[in-house]
Design a protein around this ligand. Structure first.
Ligand SMILES: Nc1ncnc2c1ncn2[C@@H]1O[C@H](COP(=O)(O)OP(=O)(O)O)[C@@H](O)[C@H]1O
Ligand SMILES: [Mg+2]
Length: 259
């Protein structure tokens, strides 16, 4: 499999009062072209830092991150980032907010409008295209923000707990929608979540991280075919995989006890 995103022995330290804090320690990871990889781990294990490095919003202290074999030195239009919470422009309608993300693409206005309409339909906001954000629920605002990234249709989607603040039903709907979009367009997705079930349901591989220092603890292959279904979610095979990831996340030996 061709590697789309590579982390090569990536370390990121932050200066603190009495020295340096190691947020990521020697992380090596390859994400294949068109692969769907999720990352789970305890709070503070460096998940957001990992995504920020791939997005080019941050730089490693040592090691390197490459996309298509090129060292990442900053953000680029081929990589779209979706954060857990991000601001919409309150004075723009849903449609205008989504179109705003397309302003730098150089696409003609009609094409921008068509893309925005499609993305808004994908996230189930068609009836609210002309609404202002203040009239929407929190979940709907987040769906609008997700539509903004989908409209750009980047080769690589970097998603940092994008569904974390949503209610359970909306979350499941958006998971299925994301999988459908991914199957149809086969983009590469690196998706961070603290929800083990979500991590297993979406991914071909789950990267389990450990904290202090942030590192890769284990990579679990999710050997379930796509499309993933509600039936699969209830299957013993799914339960076994979920338990395996759960144990890797929640029964981590303290760093000092590592060999
Ligand atoms: N800019 C920064 N300066 C200092 N420490 C930071 C900075 N960014 C992140 N950290 C620290 O690095 C660790 C990993 O952070 P983060 O990647 O946000 O973890 P996660 O997303 O897994 O919760 C945390 O302990 C956090 O406090
Ligand atoms: Mg985070």
């Amino acid at each position: 499999m061709t590697s789309k995103i590579s982390f090569r022995d990536v370390t990121r330290t932050f200066p603190v009062n009495n020295g340096a804090f190691t947020a990521l320690d020697g992380v090596s990871l390859d994400i294949g072209e068109r692969e769907f990889v999720t990352v789970v781990g305890p709070s503070g294990c460096g998940k957001s830092t990992l995504l920020a490095l791939a997005a080019g919003l941050d730089e490693p202290t040592s090691g390197e991150v490459t996309v298509d074999g090129e060292r990442v030195t900053g953000p680029g239009p081929e990589r779209g980032m979706i954060f857990q919470q991000y601001a919409l422009f309150p004075w723009l309608t849903v449609r205008r907010n989504v179109e705003f993300g397309l302003r730098l693409t150089g696409l003609p206005a009609a094409e921008r409008r068509a893309r925005a309409t499609h993305a808004i339909e994908l996230v189930g906001l068609a009836d609210f295209a002309d609404a202002l954000p203040k009239t929407l629920s929190g979940g709907m605002k987040q769906r609008c923000a997700i539509a903004r990234a989908y409209a750009v249709d980047p080769e690589v989607l970097l998603m940092d707990e994008p569904f974390g603040a949503l209610d359970a039903l909306t979350r499941v709907q958006l998971q299925d929608q994301l999988l459908r979009t991914w199957s149809a367009q086969r983009r590469t997705v690196l998706f961070v979540t603290h929800d083990v079930e979500e991590a297993v349901y979406l991914a071909r591989r789950v990267v389990v991280m450990a904290a202090r220092p942030g590192r890769v603890q284990e990579v679990v292959d999710i050997d379930l075919p796509y499309p993933r279904t509600e039936q699969m979610r209830l299957s013993p095979q799914f339960a076994a995989l979920r338990n395996r990831v759960w144990n890797a996340v929640y029964h981590q030996p303290p760093a000092a006890a590592r060999p």
